[in-house]
Ligand binder design. Structure first.
Ligand code: LLP
Length: 439
């Protein structure tokens, strides 16, 4: 790590200003904390756009068949991000009526929306059909029948994909070729369920089966599981062609591209991903006598993760001799439940002392009435005191979108910072917001 006017954390390069304050999107994070209050989520808009472009250009450069990058909006959903993604020419993946509603209210083009989820309600399916979403990704036989019925009564055809469990379990470490996978998502390959689903969907007059989808996990750094999965999925497409005489022409390979959270984490290889997977798609389609499919990929975390940070104010520092030091902040599991849920790691920086060495080992505790409400245990930060501003880095994905109102604490605002300018994209929830549905 270099100390000077840059903070090299291997996440993004963070600049510091002459006061030693951490900058984000060219804005002084300490000034942002003063202006918007804390806690607050702040995104560097340029980093989001850079990530979008890295995916879209690698798709263009490496894949001969056509394709589209979909932003998996469960990672961070609000009108502001849907507008940005639309400007970047990408599509989106939504998993609920709520995400769909938000996207549509941001004027996101419906034909570029892929509707996922393992248990979409009849209401959600009706809404998706009525709003003409591009694709509905079917997860199970009941859902398939549910949509068929809805399409018949609406007299409207639906373009669908089938979610397949390809028998690959991938995550941060080694991937596992399980052959069969214990997951609530999708149709199983090994039992013949996937083939049967294709046959049932093809028999329907109102469902237009255009392709297959899979998603093998999250925080994956290696390209090998993606290559292997592409092979498996093309194999299934070939089997379906042989069995039914129909060739499907869309292949959605899901998301899951890993990002660094700690300075010791590897950097994401998504620039290599498309090149590696394209090679497999080319050779396997040639071998199997298939056309190059229209390919979709669905990065969520890799689009927004490292672009965001959360600002907090330190309220107290409790040193328990021989045990540990607790630094309590004005947020916690309500705005970032990932440490209490997954033991997720983050780098923490004192934003107003970012040029000083991180020589205190402390546990960052939240303000919620729960002892498991921690942001990070035994992490290195600068020596801090009441009133200091802490920045928790790489909180752009699955923080705001997983936030709750536990203890009736309003969710923090979201700010986009770009080249020294800042814009509020989501307001802080007020006390009135908290009671607006109470009767
Ligand atoms: N496509 C599908 C069908 C998915 O289920 C997911 C994520 C993605 C794409 C995007 O995956 P990503 O590129 O963001 O890894 N709450 C957890 C992550 C859950 C991911 C669920 N599915 C976390 O905070 O780590």
């Amino acid at each position: 790590m270099n100390w000077g006017n840059r903070l090299m954390l291997n996440l993004n390069d963070f600049s510091l200003n002459e006061k030693g304050h951490l900058l984000i999107g060219g804005c002084d994070s300490v000034e942002l904390a003063k202006h918007y209050g804390t806690p607050a989520y702040v995104y560097d808009e340029n980093i989001i756009r850079r990530s979008c472009r890295a995916f879209t250009s690698s798709m263009r450069e490496h894949y001969d068949g056509k394709g589209m990058v979909l932003y998996a909006s469960k990672a961070f959903a609000c009108k502001g991000i849907y507008r940005l993604v639309k400007e970047e020419g990408m599509g989106i993946d939504v998993v609920s009526g709520g995400e769909l509603y938000t996207a549509l209210s941001a004027d996101f083009p419906a034909e570029k929306i892929y509707f996922h989820g393992n248990n979409k309600t009849a209401k959600e399916l009706e809404m998706a059909l009525k709003e003409n979403v591009g694709r509905i990704v079917l997860d199970n036989f009941e859902e398939l029948k549910r949509l068929d019925k809805i399409a018949i009564s609406a007299k409207k055809r639906a373009k669908v994909l089938l979610r397949i469990k390809p028998g690959v379990d991938a995550g941060l470490h080694e991937f596992v070729k399980t052959g069969q996978i214990d997951s609530k998502f999708g149709f199983a390959l090994e039992t013949g369920e996937a083939m049967q689903a294709a046959q049932v969907a093809m028999k329907s007059k109102m469902l237009d089966l255009v392709g297959l989808h899979c998603h093998i996990g999250s925080q994956i750094f290696d390209v090998a599981p993606f290559e292997y999965t592409a092979k498996i999925m093309l194999g299934l497409m070939a089997d379906i062609k042989e069995e039914t005489g129909r060739e499907l022409n869309e292949l959605n390979l899901g998301g899951g591209f890993g990002i660094p959270y700690l300075s010791t984490d590897p950097k994401h290889p998504f620039e290599n991903y498309m090149a590696a997977v394209s090679k497999v798609l080319k050779s396997e389609t040639a071998r199997l006598g298939l056309k190059m499919p229209y390919v979709l990929i669905e990065p969520g975390r890799a689009i927004v993760g490292t672009a965001g940070l959360t600002l907090y104010t330190v309220g107290s520092v409790k040193n328990i001799p021989g045990v540990r030091t607790y630094v309590a902040v004005d947020g916690g599991m309500g705005d970032n439940p990932r440490y209490s849920l997954y033991g997720a790691h983050y780098e923490v920086i004192c934003a107003n002392k970012a040029d000083r060495p991180r020589d205190l080992v402390a546990t960052i505790a939240g303000r919620y009435c729960e002892s498991g409400d921690l942001i990070q245990e035994n992490t290195r930060i600068q020596k801090v005191q009441e009133g200091d501003i802490l920045a928790v880095l790489s909180t752009g994905a699955y923080n705001y979108s997983m936030a709750s109102n536990y203890n009736r604490v309003g969710r923090p605002p979201v700010i986009f910072a770009n080249q020294g300018q800042h814009t509020l994209v989501v307001k802080r929830e007020s006390y009135d917001d908290l009671i607006k549905n109470d009767i």
